[in-house]
Design a protein around this ligand. Sequence first.
Ligand SMILES: Cc1cc2nc3c(=O)[nH]c(=O)nc-3n(C[C@H](O)[C@H](O)[C@H](O)COP(=O)(O)OP(=O)(O)OC[C@H]3O[C@@H](n4cnc5c(N)ncnc54)[C@H](O)[C@@H]3O)c2cc1C
Length: 393
Amino acid sequence: MDMALTEQQRASQQAFRQWVETHVEPVADEHDSAQRTPQSMIDAMAAEGYLGALIDSEYGGGSMDAVSWGLLCEEFGRGSASLLSLLTVHGMVLQSIAKWGTEAQKANWLPKLASGAAVGAFGLTEPNVGSDAKSIESVAVEQADGSFLLNAEKRWISFGDSANLILIIAKVDDKPAAFLVQSNMAGFSREPITGMLGFRAANIAKLVMKDVVVPAENLLGRVGFGFSHIANTALDHGRYCVGWGCVGLAQAALDASMAYAGERRQFGEALNKHQLIQQLLADMVVDIKAARMLNYHAAYLKDIGEPSLIMETSMAKYFASRVAVKATDSAVQIHGANGCSSDYPVQRFYRDAKIMEIIEGSNQMQQIIIAKSGYQQHLVAKRAARRAKQPQE
Ligand SMILES: Cc1cc2nc3c(=O)[nH]c(=O)nc-3n(C[C@H](O)[C@H](O)[C@H](O)COP(=O)(O)OP(=O)(O)OC[C@H]3O[C@@H](n4cnc5c(N)ncnc54)[C@H](O)[C@@H]3O)c2cc1C
């Protein structure tokens, strides 16, 4: 596996970093305390080509490779976890359409998602259903003319208060289905959710769909494909973005800690001369490196289309989110009382990091699937060893 970035990827990484440093970092705390990302920021990200980066150029996108996309998520994770979540959920919608949409759906929606004329969000979670997603209570009933009558309530929807195209998972005759719901459809309403621990500028909303008539052409994939095909595609993409974003978030915590520990003096010397602080910094450096490597590995598998990618992405998200929580915790510790104050961004990093362990399949859900997959691999290896021991004919 070649871990070196191409010249193009290195140049893109520099450009992403510069854009985030110039446009995101100066306003991230302000948006966090206002609990709002303004539309102007969404427009700026669209104008820069970030919202459409993954879309094929034939639909007006940037045809970006998986490694470059990972680097973009890393830089946004470093600047603002809330904006990382825009890249994530918008990408979940466009990836699902690109993979499972009809030609007509792709031709209609992908250019709009690329330009930012359509902003996507992903609606799976409900008031009574989170991890146990297959138990969703939202329902759609097929009408005589082929349209669907949708009744749904979705909660904690990132950028649900800004999106105009929401991928909603609901059941039709008890079978899961995915619908492209437009915010201007009659019966659609939303309420912003504020007061969150982290992702405070992610324009989170509760969405209600009451007798919304969804035309047949807005069904994505077939009835029955809602989880196995559509939601899984979306969530796999979501985990990929979050894994990379966590590396950026942890890196931001490390950068802030290095700067602070070099300047702040206690007991007559800089904090970074104290060995217990060095221990915190050393763990951050090594953990972040390991998390970055896992994400590179997932990116490499994605670019070559290797099926084990899904499990590797889960592992990368699981590990990187834990690293982000640990690194941001250390960053607050190193900053002492300053770390608890809004004068320093590490308190935001700390709050945002915790969210990473809950979204796109909580870390307990990741542990369950990683352990299952590990056991399968163990059985395969055992069978292969037994076969190897059998005498040859
Ligand atoms: C900031 C934020 C943004 C979000 N954005 C979106 C979005 O855009 N779209 C969307 O659809 N959802 C979104 N969510 C919801 C998120 O996906 C859910 O919170 C997540 O799936 C967990 O569901 P839950 O909160 O209902 O927790 P629950 O499922 O009720 O679980 C509670 C706790 O129990 C654990 N648990 C559950 N079952 C088991 C088990 N079998 N074994 C061990 N432990 C278990 C969980 O890991 C968790 O720690 C967002 C959430 C947050 C906080």
